[in-house]
Write a protein that binds this ligand. Structure first.
Ligand code: NDP
Length: 500
């Protein structure tokens, strides 16, 4: 199947997945999805308009109030497990489709996507464990809490990792008993629709998960956020979009979780195992062609090892095989779309203009094997200060900014001197320093002597402008559950306040 998918020139998805059926858009239409490796359209995909969203939300509500809402947790878990197994069986195909749609290297996409199946199984195991608690008071009352699904969830996902972003939302939402309308980014709708096929095969009741690609601003995304039938928005994307969503969703008092950007510090102390630190720092600077929110894009290097690290970055940049993402040998594919390529190239110009030293890369790759694809070289800037825009703003391209420092305190201060607070890494063999520094970093996830270790069971999310709430980990369930407190009198007596 995987081989067949690769050889197919173009694919068509003419329908939306609503209420368990594949239906033509009512007031949406068809969009072309561009293959970033070629710059050419490769998929024709249905997108939804307002009436389609109305239908999807109504289907999600019907499922919530009907079969899914009434289904015992262990039965929901059984369907989720069936889905997880089917997802595992299709992981190879999903990886190929995601590679074609988003440009991420196949070897990297496959490793990521095959891991989602464990996540879905893990969430299934939590579907019947949403216990409340009893609250001791006195013998006149019995007080207990119940956890109830928050309702219909709009899952709005970005273009860099469509299936991962969907998994992080669908897992806890379904475990909590919610129903979902999934709207992928307009640039990468294909794998979310393919996900709809697996949902269909798994035997979920109609409407539990609906997939409606569409536009964000002034389109399906904004309409979902405003929709009175939607209870919660689970969003991954840019901070400016999150603010717009907050404003729109305020009218109907929605619940929100936001996974937003990052400008993560990756600190290499002189006492670190430098080779291991380099493995992590170079990979986390360039993986996904730099299109990961957890990227270690600010590499803080203690001065005694600064030149060694800088030279190693220069050398290792040459070893990165940039190429056609479906090629098994390729390490790094293209940027996911043309605007992102332009954004990355503009930041490379900004870095040069700010006086940073261009150590490696810095150019678009085109012609020959690269054709009109959105390829760019892995890029390294040295001598960066934290005041420079390339150290302050999220580029979302494969651009590492090396920032020298002297003392531990200075590293902490530079690390925290950012509006973001998503992830951070530090490398040291001094255990006291590992504890001191990790405790002072203002980020939702801190890695010590490793980087980008993210699993379904590890809570993930941002401090500061990097987001609200957590995805993954048991903590993620909180965002999909409401708490009902029941106070029951054991006597049934209530004094008449107006008797005297
Ligand atoms: P955007 O914020 O542009 O878009 C994200 C999603 O929101 C898309 O589906 C988009 O639709 C939709 N959208 C856009 N405007 C609105 C609106 N007004 N109302 C409702 N929905 C809307 O982000 P990108 O797709 O550009 O993704 C890249 C960003 O995601 C990066 O900044 C990155 O930091 C962040 N990110 C964060 C992660 C994390 O876990 N913290 C993980 C991955 C990415 P459309 O495509 O049609 O515009």
């Amino acid at each position: 199947m995987t081989v067949a998918l690769r050889s197919i020139e173009r694919v068509r998805y003419e329908n939306l997945f609503i209420g368990g059926a594949w239906v033509a858009p009512e007031d949406g239409g068809m969009i072309e999805s561009i293959e970033p490796a070629t710059g050419q359209p490769w998929a024709t995909v249905a997108y939804g308009g307002r009436r389609d969203i109305d239908k999807a939300v109504a289907a999600a509500r019907t499922a919530l109030e009907g079969p899914w809402g009434r289904m015992p947790g262990h039965e929901r878990a059984a369907i989720m497990r069936r889905f997880a197994d089917l997802y595992r069986d299709r992981a190879g195909d999903l990886a190929v489709l995601e590679t074609r749609d988003s440009g991420r290297a196949l070897r990297e996409a496959r490793a990521d996507i095959s891991g989602h199946t464990h996540g879905y199984h893990w969430w299934a195991s939590l579907a019947d464990k949403g216990a409340g608690r009893t609250i001791p008071f006195d013998d006149s009352v019995h007080i207990f809490t119940s956890r109830v699904p928050v309702g219909v969830v709009a899952a709005i996902t970005p273009w860099n990792v469509p299936l991962m972003a969907a998994a992080w939302k669908l897992g806890p939402a379904l475990a909590a008993g919610c129903t979902v309308v999934l709207k992928p980014a307009e640039q990468t709708p294909v794998t979310s629709l393919e996900l709809g096929r697996i949902i269909e095969q798994a035997g979920f009741p109609p409407g539990v998960v609906n997939v409606v690609p569409g536009f964000g601003k002034d389109g399906a995304g904004e309409y979902l956020v405003a929709h009175p039938g939607v209870d919660k928005i689970a969003f991954t994307g840019e901070g400016s979009t999150a603010k717009a969503i907050l404003r729109t969703g305020a009218e109907t008092m929605k619940r929100f979780t936001f996974e937003l950007g990052g400008k993560s510090p990756h600190i290499i102390f002189a006492d670190a195992d430098i080779e291991q630190a380099l493995n992590a720092a170079t990979n986390s600077a360039w993986t996904l062609c730099g299109q990961s929110c957890a990227l270690g894009s600010r590499v803080l290097v203690q001065r005694p090892v600064y030149n060694r690290v800088l030279e190693a970055f220069r050398e290792r940049a040459k070893q990165v095989r940039v190429g056609q993402p479906l090629d098994e040998a390729t390490h790094m594919g293209p940027q996911a779309h043309e605007e992102q390529l332009a954004k990355t190239l503009s930041y490379i110009d900004i870095g040069k203009g700010e006086g940073a030293e261009l150590v490696a890369g810095g150019e678009r790759l085109s012609g020959g094997a690269y054709g009109n694809g959105y390829f760019v070289q892995p890029t390294v800037f040295g001598g960066v200060t934290n005041a420079m825009r390339i150290a302050r703003e999220e580029i979302f391209g494969p651009v590492a900014a090396l920032i020298p420092f002297d003392e531990e305190e200075e590293a902490v201060s530079i690390a925290n001197d950012t509006t973001y607070g998503l992830t951070a890494g530090l490398w040291t063999q001094d255990i006291g320093r590992a504890h001191r520094v990790s405790a002072k970093i203002k980020a939702g996830m801190v890695w010590v002597n490793t980087y980008r270790f993210i699993r379904w069971s590890t809570p993930y999310g941002g401090f500061k402008a990097s987001g609200w709430g957590r995805e993954n980990g048991i903590e993620a369930l909180d965002a999909y559950l409401d708490t009902r407190t029941t106070v029951m009198s054991t006597t049934g007596r209530f004094p008449d306040a107006y008797a005297n």
